[in-house]
Design a protein around this ligand. Sequence first.
Ligand code: MOS
Length: 749
Amino acid sequence: MTDLTLTPAPLHRRHGSNIGQSLTRAEGALKVTGQAAYAADAHPAGMLHAVMRVATIANGRVASMDVAAAKAHPGVVAVMTPGNRPALAMDPDAKEHGFMFRLDLLQNDRVRYPGQAIAVVIADSLEAATEGAALLAPTYDEEAPLIGLDAGVPFVPPVVGAGAPAEASTGNLSGGLGEAAVRVEATYETPAQYHNPMEPHAIVAAWDGDTLSIDMPSQGMAMAIGRIAGLFGIDPAGIHIRSPFLGGGFGSKGMIAGPMVLGILAARLVGRPVKLVLRREHMYGPVSHRGQTRQDLRIGADADGRLTALGHHTRTVSSVFDDFFEPSSNTSQSVYAAGAIATSHDVVRVHAGTPGFMRAPGEASGSIALECAIDEAAYACGMDPLAFRLANYAEVDPLDGKPFSSKALRECYAQAAARFGWAGRPLQPRTMRDADGLLVGWGMGTAIFPALMFEGNARAVIRDDGRGMVEIGAHDMGQGAWTALAQIAADSLGLNLAETEFRSGSSDLPDAGIAGGSGHTATAGMAIHEAGAAVIAELAALAVDRADSPLYGAGNTGVVARNGRLHRRDDESRSESYAEILRRAGKAEVEGNGHAAADPASEAYSKHAHGAVFAEVKVDPDLGQVRATRLVGAFAAGRIINPRMVDSQLYGGMIWGVSFALHEAAVVDPRTGRVMNPNLGEYHIPVNADVPSLECIQVAEEDVHVNALGIKGVGEIGITGSAGAVANAVWHATGVRPRSFPIPIETLL
Ligand code: MOS
């Protein structure tokens, strides 16, 4: 059992100085010494192992399975099929709101995509369950599948991918294109991508009557509980999820996925705790992915290089039974000033698992197309790519005219360009070579990601020993949430970290909302900030009306908390310690609760983090082999809680950008729809040797509108800009404009 309380080593930093410190991860030592218990490490008494059998066809029905053979295998306890799967209180295909995903829970014999679970074998060992699943030897009545963007059946989704409008426009696009002196029209294709967290989805589920205990990596424990409670018709209060550590999520663990519910069903069926861990290849189907796209960009510019039109249309996919899609075009709404902007999508149904949130859903895929097309437009205008972007700098949100809550993008451009050494770059492609004769190219891209907040809650306590505690059911995917949120917690209590106990990662703590949309630090951080303020107010109330307190008469708002003491604002030399205040009041502790949500007043602003990325690539002129050699990014994302964690997030994003441009793709068999590289050996992601020299500049930015802490979020922005910068550098090296990703090197020769 993991101890959910982590107290970082004392840092001797006090009163309001925790935020902004580059601390190392609070749980880092636990992780590198193997003491951090992940979900699959749980092993309650009597636990059985479950293994899914998944469909190898894309469309049709399961005709037969040899359940008897599986059950006859030594160690197999049960085989769960549509015939004996425990009843649910809710149809897994029902959808009560846009953020509810339909699930495959063995509701019938229908197969809707390759990789869908068609049975679950439960046994007393992993090996027996695995063998039992093999013995099922299913046969199918196969029907012709819809595979790929051109075969899919068009439909109009009721809700859009990330919740944003599917269609948006300002001005007259065809008018803007008509009046343009320079026009660029180009189509870009991006592949299906899969999240590939190091830790596959896993669950250990144990029922006790109608209460349920779960170990499961989750980016949204409270939402998962709501979904489980609805499916099983049980009281959400009886469901407890522990999710102290995640080995990555990237969006795939945001909404509870079908296989996790199958683990709960299996435990229900056998009346014992059950562990279900996805095999790597099971990660390519039922736990979402980034859908493939084809994006048409239409850009017009006048003789001075000012955009008269920017059109971005995306065709992408959803499954045959749900409606999420990758909203790539949305990214073109807020980046560049243009006389006319139109963004739109059309979506087709294919026999693939439902796409979902994958790190920067929409922005990652949309940004690479937009930045490539902008680069083409700059070249067509005979302008330096940076000068072209500056000429089209959006002073207000181009779509709705709202002012930006803050926007230090000019500083990002300037600082990253200076550090990269951009000045003097030749406009013409294929003009630079290194000493070995490799083609050298430099490219750039603009990064942008919305600054989002969701709802979250936290609870804070100050005790009569002068120490504090903050608890929140927050989620650390590896990004350092535990560390950064503890820093906010300590500051909110006016204590140092060693005096602040921080509890997180469990659903019996206050609901912190979802770790997604790059909004977790802002949301959970603001909940903590509010909880801290509430408990300090409670403490102040115990002192300010006491004649024997040095705070007497100061009023609740007339005190400041720091260094474990309340000080009078009007005379900071007069103070009283938390311990003294509580002892005099005869109280062991006081508590405060905080709630965070986006401030409605902030809706008057367009809220985004921004950045600029510059890339160098080298291309072998004979082989076409591309190496990204250098990336410099500068990002402005409001207040930075922990620069070390933020660097790490931005580096990770920039590496994803390199991966998007050069490496990553699910290869889908056009006949069967199956992913042919469902493993980390053949699904290419950058290894260390592929990661270029990375530099990241955190540009100072104060945002007084997004939230009281001024946090914008950094989880996803690093991908945007980076992928386009690499692609544009490939063009600059070779003179070949990449049109599909990852860039096929044979097109560069
Ligand atoms: Mo993210 S794709 O919002 O976890």
